[in-house]
Design a protein around this ligand. Structure first.
Ligand code: SAM
Length: 281
């Protein structure tokens, strides 16, 4: 046994901190055109996925991310039928979106086919819906894809890596202006918005962009082990409704037994922010 260490002290993190997980065998390592993918076995958390040295997910804790990036916007929308996922190559967000029977089509645009291929192989419970007939999976750059689909979606999820490398463009104003145009008139967007503790500059910049593009935006939280600080955030941006104005409460209650993290109380509570976190809004 040895330790996997995510070093939070280079590129965009300048913290001088580490996240360490005891691991067994490294069961895969590969370099795609976009990033380095590593997969480890762990004694306590199932398999671990790492992209460019950053923890993406563990089998044991992935629900805290995938349920929260998906069900918060989807239950806040009155009738989500067409959903777009940018990124999300492990398949977790798609799995959650497709739990909603009203979703007629989910389009998933993932830039790196290696992530999809290896998620199928090493994370079968996360990639479980990648062959669902309601899913259209495209291996493409989300920055480019979004330019070609006006008013096409009810909900857009930006399930990206950190704002470096291929994901840098997913934090730009031009990208969010295109997302706005790709949403229907009551569309809602959710995006992974990094650590509210350690990523304040990026969050401030992201919300400057969202506030300039959407009439309404806010932040919500999830507790995700092995992410920097363990507290993670998602941006919620909407063309028409606030998160509590059109809630599909019956459908939300009905899905409760299927889920590990998300539930109706969490839906309302996750928008309650500590004072210092509100400063980026
Ligand atoms: N869902 C994971 C989790 O539980 O935290 C982490 C996010 S997922 C692995 C991030 C994905 O975004 C990666 O598969 C990466 O290849 C993809 N990605 C990064 N930039 C992209 C872009 N410009 N277009 C589409 N996908 C992109």
């Amino acid at each position: 046994m040895e330790w996997f260490n995510e070093q939070l002290d280079e590129s965009i993190f300048d913290l001088g901190a580490r996240i360490s997980i005891k691991v067994g065998k490294k069961i895969f390592e590969g370099q795609s055109d976009f990033q380095k993918l590593e997969i480890y076995e762990t004694p306590k958390f199932g398999n671990l996925m790492v992209l460019d040295g950053a923890v993406m997910l563990t089998e044991a804790n992935e629900a805290a991310y995938h349920e929260m990036i998906s069900h918060v916007p989807l239950f806040a929308h009155p009738n989500p039928e067409r959903v777009l996922i940018i990124g999300g190559g492990d398949g977790g967000a798609a799995r959650e979106v497709l739990r909603h029977p009203g979703v007629k089509e989910c389009v998933m645009v993932e830039i790196d086919g290696l992530v999809v291929e290896k998620s199928r192989e090493y994370f079968p419970t996360i990639a479980s819906e990648l062959d669902n007939p309601r899913l259209t999976l495209l291996i493409a750059d989300g920055v480019k894809y979004i330019e070609e689909n006006q008013s096409a979606f009810d909900v857009i999820l930006v399930d990206s890596t950190d704002p470096v490398g291929p994901a840098e463009g997913l934090f730009s104003k031009a990208f969010y202006e295109k997302c706005f145009a790709s949403l229907k008139e009551d569309g809602i967007l959710a995006a992974q918005a990094e650590s509210p503790y350690y990523f304040r500059k990026t969050q401030k910049e992201l919300f400057e962009v969202l506030k300039s593009v959407f009439p309404y935006s806010t932040l919500y939280l999830s507790a995700i082990p092995f992410y920097p600080s363990g507290t993670w955030s998602f941006a919620f941006a909407s063309k028409k409704y606030k998160q509590n104005e059109q809630v599909r409460t019956e459908a939300m209650e009905k899905m409760r037994p299927e889920l590990r993290y998300f539930n109706p109380e969490v839906f309302y509570g996750c928008f309650a922010l500590p004072t210092f976190m509100r400063e980026v809004l």
